[in-house]
Design a binder for this molecule. Sequence first.
Ligand code: ADP
Ligand code: MG
Length: 695
Amino acid sequence: MNLQEIFGSLVFNDEVMRQRLPKETYRALHRTIAEGTALEPEVASVVANTMKDWAIEKGATHYTHWFQPMTGVTAEKHDSFLSPVEGGRAIMEFRGKELMKGEPDASSFPSGGLRATFEARGYTAWDPTSYAFIKDDTLCIPTAFCSYGGHALDKKTPLLRSTEALNRQAKRILRLLGHLDVKRVDVTVGPEQEYFLIDRDLYLKRKDLIYTGRTLFGAKPPKGQELDDHYFGNIKPRVAAFMREVDEELWKLGVSAKTEHNEVAPCQHELAPIFTSANLATDHNQLTMEIMKRTAAKHGFACLLHEKPFAGVNGSGKHNNWSMCTDTGVNLLEPGETPAENAQFLLFLVSVIKAVDLHQDLLRVSIASAGNDNRLGGNEAPPYIVSMFLGDELEAILDALEHHNAYVAGARTDMNIGVRTLPRIPKDTTDRNRTSPFAFTGNKFEFRMPGSSMSIAEVNVVLNTAVADVLQGFADRMEQAVDIRSAVEQIVVETITNHKRIIFNGNNYSEEWRLEAQRRGLKHLPSTPDALPYLITEENIALFERQQVYSRQELLSRYEILLENYCKVISIEAHTMLDMMNQEILPAVIKYAGQVGRSAAEQKRLLPDLNPVYEEKLVSRLTNLINDMGWQTEELAKALNGLEDTGDSLAQARYCRETVFRNMQSLRALADEAETITDESAWPFPGYAELLTTK
Ligand code: ADP
Ligand code: MG
């Protein structure tokens, strides 16, 4: 296999454009991509035609506007290149108009009330900053999805707006620092994707996995991850074949999948791409999830992207590695070689610290989902409390800066910005704090709270917007300053002093930290219904409007969609539990208890002197459990019935959490106990031990 030939072979990327487009067109398009200028219709026509020819050569017959509605998955509406002409013939056609704009029926996508009836249609608009690609013989054109009133109905639009906001403010800062050559500051993102692979045959035997992506029942296996023999262990041949194919498929699509190793839990793995611009990284991650699922099926696996497929076993996250980079190639979070570079590095570093401290609530909101609630706060996942880890070295530097300034004003010799070169910040993995939700890892931040199944769009929207807003404040101050250097120093020191409460280097999983965080006044929002109302506080609406990322209406609609979605997920889970209980678990346990009872009776008849004590005890335990499970099943059904009459969507979400979910947990506990004392062959579906030992 020739990697060079394969990589990006199905992508209409810069190289293809340079080769195929007329020079003028290429230059115009390139300006659009590099500087975000509008695309002229004539240019679009030429690009469309060239794109079509290229796609047909590669075997494509259809095209689609590929977009990311609020459902969290990608959507496509396929149209054929064939246009009928007179005489019953057809020609291959694809016009600039079709490239630029599509009109899928938007009414079936969630809009949270945004799309009033007169706006029933939405439109998709080409995003030329994400290359078109071919998937399943279809030319896919990455697009934004809006209502006719211009409201964003998707995840890409706000993401593009937020990278633009960050670009605006970061460029202002850089100009003030004398970098007049920088034309664009882009956000770079590398999402590490965790997932489980289990046998497809076993997967298909469990309604919970099929309908909800996670096991709603399941007693713990005797051997879980306690032995730690899976992490970086040997990869089984079948898994290796799966990984190889995923890599190849992704490479063709221009996704640079890089490392794949076993994760902590049995059957858990990780895929990390090489970082790229936030917009592309988001598109690529959507493609990655799709390709992984599809390839798994081909290899007899089911790929589980759920945040917590198995209780008591590590869940899956998606670490969002994030930084800012100039078009001149400077990573703004890379500690520099010279004092001037250090000042700049420290300024951008503290901008992130301040942004995270000020907007803990929004970061929590950005990763809130029913699935992720099951994972966060578990012993292996970041807690609900947002805090940052900087590493000893960097923390010592910030500490010195802060105190020299405070205590020996005017006599700062050692650590003031602009005098000494910072020591190299080690990127070594060994001393990393794996428990931190938000860690500085040498030249980027790694946000570890996002869940494995979610789009990374929202987290990056929040990060970009929050940092842009802080940078705006910094730039405003620097513009007023007589001496920029001392202004920078003041800003850095002040920011450390005011926001260091968000920094925590210890064990984030500990109970002490929860108490300490409370003392520091950090937000603790354990569930999605606790977190979501923060999306629409007046302060946060003002923030998003100020940075032109979301309008008030868009935020209100998103809030509705998120709440609705939360309730939907919990309801589906509850319904699935009821089904499994009534149709599978209860019948199986009743049958088994009957068997044991009959065998005890038989034994008494045959051997009247010997009392079958154990069997009788077992029958009574099983019978008690059957009664309890029966009762609890009814309780859950009642709880679920009460959902509709519970008031507005926030009240419903809270009810789901406090009433429906609590009943689900009680029911599960009973069923799991029953599982441990029921004949394995009588249990109606495969248990944890079998699921988690994939050959
Ligand atoms: P580790 O594997 O120890 O977590 P890596 O250096 O392998 O760390 O990086 C993890 C992820 O972070 C990769 O996807 C990588 O591409 C990404 N990454 C590295 N540098 C940056 C950066 N400047 N901006 C965004 N992501 C980055
Ligand atoms: Mg990592």
